[in-house]
Ligand binder design. Structure first.
Ligand SMILES: [Zn+2]
Length: 253
């Protein structure tokens, strides 16, 4: 708000019966350029972070897809291993069945039958496990297609916004160059001690060294300015500082 106000007022040096001191007017102009420069620098500094934030979104989508692909790989390994188990068990089962006619005692027979039953159960359970796993793998195949779509979209989105951000950055840099040149020219026309005072105040007062007075109140520190000082500012003859915040003052109707 303060910034807008200062920029709006930069081209006026007469306000009815009010006269803004000519040196102060130069400082108002300089301050409006300085505020633009500060804003542009802020924008320029923010761009790499903004691009990185967008890149992280894309990388997250890519990582989700990679995690899924890794999972699918593991599922495939597991399926192969389970199928090997089934094959081995079936082979062992066939061998055990061949042993049946050779059994001599009842005890051996019972033991062999129990072994066969166990193997059959293992085969049944493992095949069941394979079916469940394959169902899960099918679901993941669908999810994979969806995730691939998300990655593609995020990538396009990122590239588009990155281009946009880079274009903005070029504009900010161009603007900064223009304003910096303007600033140098303005600063050249300002009396050295006043310019130094301005620089010190700018540093100490968060970028606002020159401030207007509204209804006898300094808009920088919101303290009341005595009537005789207000009258002095209105003549525009001298550079007057706020006795509270030390900012250079001007008055507009
Ligand atoms: Zn003040």
């Amino acid at each position: 708000m303060v910034v807008d106000k200062c920029i709006d007022m930069m081209h006026f040096s007469f306000f009815g019966d009010f006269r803004v001191n000519i040196d102060v007017q130069l400082l108002i102009n300089l301050q409006s350029v300085d505020l633009k420069i500060a804003m542009l620098k802020g924008e320029i500094d923010a761009v790499p972070g903004e691009i990185e934030e967008l890149r992280q979104e894309f990388l997250k989508a890519q990582k989700d897809l990679q995690d899924l692909l890794d999972e699918m790989d593991q599922d495939e390994q597991k399926r192969k291993s389970l199928e090997r188990t089934v094959e081995d068990e079936k082979e062992a089962l066939a061998k055990s069945k061949l042993k049946i006619p050779e059994v001599k005692t009842n005890k051996e027979y019972t033991a062999l039958l129990s072994e066969i039953e166990n193997m059959e159960k293992t085969i049944y359970d493992t095949e069941d496990e394979i079916l469940n796993l394959m169902e899960l793998m099918e679901e993941k195949t669908t999810l994979k297609k969806e995730n691939e779509g998300v990655v593609k979209r995020e990538n396009e989105h990122f590239n588009k916004l990155k281009d946009q951000k880079e274009k903005e950055l070029a504009e900010f840099n161009g603007g900064l160059e223009v304003e910096t040149t303007k600033r140098e020219q303005l600063a050249d026309g300002i009396k050295r001690p006043l310019l130094e005072q301005y620089e010190r105040l700018k540093q100490a007062r968060n970028g606002i060294a020159v401030m207007n007075v509204v209804e006898s109140v300094c808009q920088g520190c919101h303290m009341t300015i005595p009537p005789q000082v207000v009258a002095e500012i209105m003549t525009g003859e001298e550079v007057i500082n706020c006795e509270h915040c030390n900012r250079i003052l001007f008055i507009t109707p």
